[in-house]
Design a protein around this ligand. Structure first.
Ligand SMILES: Cc1cc2nc3c(=O)[nH]c(=O)nc-3n(C[C@H](O)[C@H](O)[C@H](O)COP(=O)(O)O)c2cc1C
Length: 243
């Protein structure tokens, strides 16, 4: 459903701002003047996240939020910024796609010899954040990371379209290549060799064994809701954080 256009008067200009939303209560407005980042402002809805709605099961809540994002037709609703770091603590971040989320953790797939793969070999801990602008929500989680079992990687690899399997098998992710032509040559050679039916051992999945979640819901006047869960043994403890 498309929200009606709303207008904000900034620097004498009337700028049309509008957003899509499935749920009017979650609608927020975005104003922008002359591409000036300092002047960009989002107004968040008055609904938020209270303790009753948050409950005591953060995995169930995270899955609900993901479904809300899908229902709101957010672009790439399962994209998450994934932060890793070297053993000495130098961080790096990039987007990956969340491919599974349950009590065992959050799953993503990549090249084990990529920068993130090498950093995870040195320091098997990660943090991730998902942003769903249209519904004014952010989800963070973090924890130790383990490689998935080969059978689980095979199952997902085999479910991918052929072109994506060839790319995974032919692209030395995060390593320098001479030019685009080299990438395309590698892709064609892999295609002709017919090896993309078999998952390369250097490509597979990881599971973040989540030990902490934070649910952020935008509220009016920047008085946002932040509900944090930490895993203690088999249980989750819940607390509210100041925005
Ligand atoms: C929306 C989006 C989704 C992406 N999903 C993945 C993914 O699931 N796995 C992956 O390896 N790279 C994915 N990428 C590419 C990564 O952001 C990144 O370029 C690549 O993994 C290399 O990162 P690294 O050099 O830090 O290891 C995605 C990029 C975008 C923009």
């Amino acid at each position: 459903m498309i929200a009606k256009p709303e207008f904000a008067d900034l620097r004498g200009r009337r700028l049309a701002v509008w957003l899509c939303s499935m749920r009017p209560t979650d609608r927020y407005r975005w104003s922008m003047a002359d591409n000036d980042l300092a002047k960009m402002r989002s107004e968040y809805a008055s609904t938020g996240l209270d303790e009753e709605t948050a409950g005591h099961d953060p995995v169930a809540l995270a899955r609900r939020w993901l479904h809300d994002a899908i229902a709101a037709r957010v672009a790439e609703p399962n994209a998450m910024a994934l932060a890793t770091s070297t053993a000495s603590g130098m961080p790096s971040v990039r987007l990956v796609l969340l491919k599974g989320l349950d009590e065992t953790g959050a799953v993503f797939y990549t090249n084990y010899d990529s920068r993130k793969g090498r950093e995870l070999a040195e320091n098997p801990n990660a943090a991730a954040v998902m942003i769903w602008h249209q519904i004014g929500r952010q989800l963070r989680f973090e924890g130790p990371v383990r490689k998935l079992a080969p059978a689980e990687c095979d199952e997902y690899f085999n479910s991918r379209p052929l072109g994506a399997r060839i790319s995974a098998a032919s692209s030395p992710q995060s390593h320098t290549v001479a030019n685009r032509a080299e990438l395309e040559r590698r892709w064609r050679e892999t295609e002709s060799a017919g090896v993309a039916d078999c998952r390369p051992t250097g490509w597979g999945g990881y599971r973040i064994e989540i030990e902490a979640f934070e649910f952020w819901h935008g509220r009016e006047d920047r008085l946002h809701d932040r509900v944090h869960f930490s895993k203690v043994g088999d249980h989750w403890t819940r607390e509210r954080l100041a925005p």
